[in-house]
Every structure is written in C-alpha cells, then in structure tokens.
Design a protein around this ligand. Structure first.
Ligand code: BT5
Length: 260
C-alpha cells in the first residue's frame, strides 16, 4: 500500500501534518523528536517497518514490513495536566477496539490497562510517552502498533502473551490505512472526554477477564491474585483478593494474566 493511499485514507480528518517512513527505528522516537522541534497537535508519524519498535519497560515491539500498523500521534492538549497522563494509553486501546467493532464487527477486549485482544490474543499494543521541559509537560506521544496480516504476528516464543492479527479474526483482507483512519476518528471523538464517565464506562465494558481470577505482577516481583471487579473512577483496576478484601491498582508497569 502506497503513501498516496495513506494520505487518501486520512483525508477528512483534522491531521495537520503526516510523516511517513518506509522504515524507521521507532515512530514514538520520531514523534518525541518532532514534538521537541515543535510538531503541532495531532501531528502523525506512520511507518511501514520499525527496526527498533518499543513497548513498555524497554521491551521490544515487532513491526515487520508490509503487514502491520505502527503509528504515533503527537498530542498537545490545551490544559495538559500530569494526572491525565495514565489515561492516554487506554484512550489508544479503546479507540482501536471500537474501530475494530465499527469497521469489521469484531469483538475486541481490552486487557487492562491498554492491550487490545481478539479471541484472547494480543492484537495491539499502546505506548504513551511524555515530553517534558523542566516541570512542564509539553506533549504526549501516543504510539499504537496493530498486527494486521498474519506475517505481523511474532513467533510464539518471542511474546509474553499469545498474539494474533486482525485478518485472522476477521477472516478477510484488511486495508491498513482504513483501519488507521477509523482508529484516529474514534480517538478524536474520545479525546475530549478522557477522564469522564462515558469514557470509563466504554473502557470497562470491553475489559477482558471481568469476574475472572487474575494475577497482577509488578516489575519488582510482587504479585497479587484476585477476582477482577472492574476499574474505578481513576482507571485503577479493582480486585477482590483471596482474603475477601478489595484493592485497587494504579496504571503503571503491572503485568496482568488470567489464572486459568
Ligand atoms: C506494548 O508494550 O504493548 C506497547 C507497544 C507499542 C508499539 C507501538 S508501534 C508504534 C509506536 N512506536 C514504538 O516504538 N512503539 C509504539 P508492552 O505491553 O510492554 O508489550 C511488549 C511485549 O509484547 C513484548 O515484550 C512482546 O512479548 C510482545 N510483542 C512484541 N511485538 C508484538 C506484536 N507485534 N504483537 C503482539 N505482541 C508483541
């Protein structure tokens, strides 16, 4: 698919500038560099192939050529407050989930806080990174990777959680740029309601493992097991622990897994 088709697909969306790379290291790095040089709100970086795509905690994100979507959006909200930062990656996940519903009638779920699953396998990862100048938050770069064709799915021994792609679930060829445009359209609709009730509701309605036993692990090695009850007004995950007590967990570097 050509760059011209990308620009066609984005027509009608209020994206002021687009940088397309046939190959780049990481679109998030490109977005951060561009933001530091003054990229406007909603500036978009798209790559066909990433050679150093990244996930959270220095993990790698696999984006081979010609089969996936990898893009990063520079966001410069008018009143950008640090408390809103944790909501940006769920914003990305909710937008992709709804785009998959709207465009292909799929039934995605969101593995808290921000992975999109199809048939219980990871199809999309989201990484929100912030650009600071001293204490001032300058921009959020919201990076989204979606596996579209089967060749975008990493081998099973290279992923922490089973992976899939949109075409496998949809059973039909998917136009990558069409999926990108639909995801951006939904994202622009939710953006102004980031911490609101409707946003939290839409996120919770798609939460994977609701009412199931899960394990949460933090990078320090602590883990908690309990029944997944949902999210609260801050987007924190609510669990009922094995001793019957309720505990909430803030969005961070926790790893969530079903127990069965
Ligand atoms: C994420 O991190 O899931 C966030 C991924 C964000 C990628 C986008 S692509 C555009 C933009 N530019 C970037 O450089 N990044 C963003 P995390 O939750 O830490 O998951 C990373 C883990 O997912 C890896 O350690 C692998 O186990 C697994 N993984 C890697 N590539 C995958 C893929 N294509 N599909 C499914 N799982 C993958």
């Amino acid at each position: 698919m050509s760059e011209r088709e990308l620009f066609e697909a984005l027509r009608g969306l209020p994206i002021p500038e687009v940088r397309f790379y046939a190959e780049t290291g990481s679109t998030n790095q490109d977005g951060l560099d561009w933001a530091a040089q003054g990229a406007p709100d909603l500036a978009l970086v798209v790559a066909d192939h990433q050679t150093a795509g990244r996930g959270r905690l220095g993990r790698k994100w696999f984006t081979p050529a010609g089969s996936a979507l990898a893009f990063s959006l520079v966001l410069r909200p008018v009143a950008l407050s640090a408390d809103q930062i944790p909501f940006y990656s769920p914003l990305g996940a909710l937008s992709v989930a709804q785009a998959l519903e709207n465009a292909y009638r799929l039934q995605p779920q969101i593995k808290w806080p921000n992975d999109v699953l199809l048939n219980h396998r990871k199809v999309c990862g989201v990484l929100a990174e912030s650009l600071w100048q001293g204490d001032d938050l300058q921009a959020i770069v919201l990076g989204i990777g979606i596996n579209v064709a089967p060749s975008s799915v990493p081998p099973a021994d290279q992923v922490l959680f089973p992976a899939t792609c949109v075409e496998e679930a949809a059973g039909q060829p998917i136009n990558r740029w069409g999926l990108l445009a639909e995801s951006l359209k939904v994202l622009l609709e939710w953006r102004s309601q980031l911490t609101g009730y409707a946003f939290l509701q839409a996120w919770q309605e798609r939460l994977a493992f609701m009412g199931q036993m899960v394990r949460l692990e933090n990078p320090g090695g602590d883990s908690f097991e309990g029944l997944l009850l949902g999210i609260d007004d801050y987007g924190h995950l609510r669990l009922q622990l094995n001793d019957g007590s309720h505990q909430t967990f803030s969005i961070g570097d926790l790893k969530l897994r079903p127990l069965s």
